[in-house]
Design a protein around this ligand. Structure first.
Ligand code: IVH
Length: 671
């Protein structure tokens, strides 16, 4: 390939990758499967390796992180980033409305935009001629820190704007971590013996404050944009119009969660509704923000000292409560990590009764100075299990007891070790019943081998009856074995055996994750499975070979090598194999009737959504691709199909209507 061809192909790939990124992360409506995206991304990386001059600041490759910085540079915001006045109840929100109307000398109802107050970190993004040039934190409002490289790693932040964008655009928004991401990150950290984050906001702030953007790249951060600084030649008359414009330029705005209301009563309704629904949201909010919609009125109202007169934050009551720590128990995880858990006198925290709080580790216990018997403040922050926020020292009686670091495992009595740089002590006993139980639980869990029905109760019995030594033994269980369980019936036994049976051929990535290799979460397991294709190949990979893989660092590489070096692990793998556990290679699912077939969908369909149709193909082992090539087997053309249809005709690829496609699926399913 010559330089010109490479440049053209690179442009094409960059455009496609940006588009798919936006479809997936911003619009939540992907058009192609992940594997197809990965293929395009790898092709782009290969081109950039061969032609380094193609690496532009807005190339999709720039999302993986840049070499570490020595420090963050200060950035002065063109317009100060103001903060908001707070209201803490409905009365104060009404007073805000009264102030606004008094100031504007009007009796009329004001139109307000109600937004969620995202609990994260405020940032500013500067786009010059459509390209993201500077990203910064709010700092003191006047000067922030330049964290451009870190922000560029967020898939929800466009590196280049779409459509008819202004020559200069300063966007403001909140970077946050959603709850599933936050919980997974903390789980990972807990297992690795690293300190956990107290709440999603701290996790987001800590992730953005990394000098090494490759670390930021691995954190599940998102942005929700809520306003602008300077916009060259903006004619938008209202705040709501601005939000809509931001969205058309490719920026992520949670418009579904924004409500336009006339009069303060509407804002109060929104406040009550969100207070009720905040537990159902996949991210943390600490209130709502109410803004005057009309920009001319905003200008009239202006600002006082550090906050605008045209907006207010109405906070929710904190999710805190006071209670007593009645007992501290020690939990042993599957990696042997021993974590202290506080048993609380049950207390209601914003509608949820809590009776346990996580203390995480002894550094945390020391930091809080917490003792058994203490009165404490607990807070639910992004998790149903709350955290202990602080000790109420004034209420001590002197009877409180220190919580000693255990010297032996509470479950098996093996001496405990605390490794250098780790905050948790670990049980070293390989046959510790608690560790074995947790390993089996993890193995059977939803994201792993997904053995439906194999919960705590049965795992306890399996261990008690000595029926499983390691996870491989699950595949040797017979009906008779199960009938030794307490309260086991025909139907239950059959169901459990069937669930175990069904798990034999899960994709390789699931098995890899299920094995519980340190630092190999679901995402990393997928990368390894795709790259190495089989356990045999992966088990012989060297640290260097592993590190050559995109996104695999030294920590993961070392952990994988040492996992396969252990004779005990190798024995488990051999036994799994001999008991018929044979993972499917990635991307192809077991017994798929469309296995090996590639479909391309184009144009609008009547009955099926694009995503739905692609899933139908993938669920049957086929592939849904984004573009037509010689390798395409079928093109399904809906209304107004365009260039893809032309290309299919050119290449002589069979073309199906939506009806024909559905008929084909039906026939395949009958076979
Ligand atoms: S508007 C002048 N809207 O709350 C308007 N802020 O104390 C300034 N925040 O620093 C901000 N969600 O970090 C606005 N929908 C939203 C917000 C929001 C979260 C944060 C932001 C700001 C702080 C205000």
């Amino acid at each position: 390939m010559d330089r010109d061809q490479a440049r053209r192909r690179h442009q094409e790939l960059a455009r496609e990758l940006h588009r798919h990124n936006h479809l997936y992360f911003v619009l939540d409506a992907p058009e192609i499967p992940d594997a197809e995206y990965d293929r395009l991304f790898r092709e782009l990386l290969e081109l950039e390796r061969a032609f380094p001059e193609l690496v532009t600041p807005d190339s999709p490759s720039q999302r993986v992180g840049a070499p570490p910085l020595a420090k963050f540079e200060p950035v002065r915001h063109t317009l100060p980033m103001l903060s908001l006045q707070n209201a803490f109840d409905e009365g104060q929100l009404r007073e805000f409305d009264a102030r606004v109307r008094r100031f504007l000398a009007t009796q009329e109802e004001i139109e307000y935009v109600c937004e969620l107050k995202m609990d994260g970190v405020a940032v500013e993004l500067v786009y010059q001629d459509g390209v993201l040039t500077v990203g910064s934190t709010r700092g003191d409002g006047t000067t922030g820190e330049k964290i451009t490289e870190n922000l560029k790693t967020l898939p929800t932040i466009p590196l280049r704007l779409h459509g008819d964008f202004p020559s200069v655009l300063e966007v403001r928004g909140e970077v946050y971590m959603d709850l599933p991401g936050f919980q997974a990150l903390n789980r990972e950290r807990e297992e690795a013996g690293e300190p956990v984050f107290a709440n999603p906001r701290n996790a987001a702030a800590g992730s953005l404050r990394q000098l090494d953007s490759r670390i930021t790249a691995r954190r599940p951060l998102r942005i929700a944009c809520y306003g602008v600084g300077v916009v060259e030649n903006s004619l938008a008359p209202t705040h709501y119009d601005i939000l809509r414009q931001l969205q058309t330029w490719g920026l992520r705005v949670l418009l579904d969660r924004v409500q336009l209301v006339r009069g303060i009563e509407g804002a109060l309704d929104f406040y009550r509704e969100m207070a009720r629904r905040r537990d159902d949201l996949p991210y943390e909010i600490d209130g709502i923000v109410v803004k005057v919609n009309n920009l001319a009125l905003q200008r009239d109202l202006g600002e006082k000292s550090r906050s605008p007169r045209w907006a207010i934050a109405c906070k929710f009551p904190p999710r805190q409560a006071e209670t007593i720590i009645e007992e501290i128990s020690l939990q042993v995880g599957r990696t042997g990590a021993i974590t202290p858990v506080a048993r609380l006198r049950p207390v209601e925290v914003s509608g949820v009764t809590v009776s346990r709080a996580s203390l995480h580790n002894w550094d945390e216990i020391e930091r809080l100075g917490v003792r058994k018997g203490d009165h404490v403040v607990v807070e639910r922050a992004g998790d149903v299990i709350p955290d202990v926020v602080r000790v109420i020292a004034e209420r001590r009686t002197g009877a409180e007891e220190q919580i000693p670091l255990p010297s032996t495992c509470p479950e098996c009595g093996t001496p405990v070790m605390r490794l250098e740089g780790e905050v948790v002590p670990r049980c070293q006993g390989l046959s510790c019943p608690a560790r074995r139980k947790e390993s089996i639980k993890h193995f059977a869990s939803r994201g792993a081998m997904d053995i439906d029905g194999l919960g705590d109760r049965y795992i306890d019995q399996l261990l008690r009856l000595d029926l499983v030594d390691d996870v491989a033994d699950l595949y040797r269980l017979s009906r008779d074995d199960l009938f030794r369980f307490e309260r086991m019936g025909e139907k239950l036994a059959e169901n459990l055996l069937r669930s175990i049976e069904r798990s034999r051929h899960r994709p390789l990535s699931r098995l890899l994750y299920a094995l519980g290799i340190r630092h190999v979460g679901e995402h990393t397991a997928k990368i390894l499975a795709r790259q190495f294709g089989s356990l045999e190949v992966l088990s012989t990979a060297s640290k260097e070979e592993l590190m050559a893989v995109h996104e695999i660092g030294p920590q993961v590489a070392e952990s994988v090598v040492s996992f396969f070096a252990s004779s005990q692990n190798r024995r488990t793998l051999e036994r799994l194999h001999s008991f018929g556990v044979a993972p499917e290679p990635e991307e192809r699912r077991a017994g798929g009737s469309l296995s090996g077939k590639t479909f391309v969908f184009t144009g609008a369909m009547e009955r099926l959504g694009r995503k739905e149709a692609q899933e139908m193909v993938e669920n049957r082992g086929g592939r849904a691709a984004g573009s037509v090539s010689k390798k395409t087997d079928f093109v399904v053309a809906g209304e107004e199909a365009g260039s893809k249809l032309d290309r299919a005709k050119e290449l002589g690829i069979p073309i199906l209507t939506e009806g024909e496609f559905l008929q084909m699926i039906e026939e395949e399913d009958r076979k």
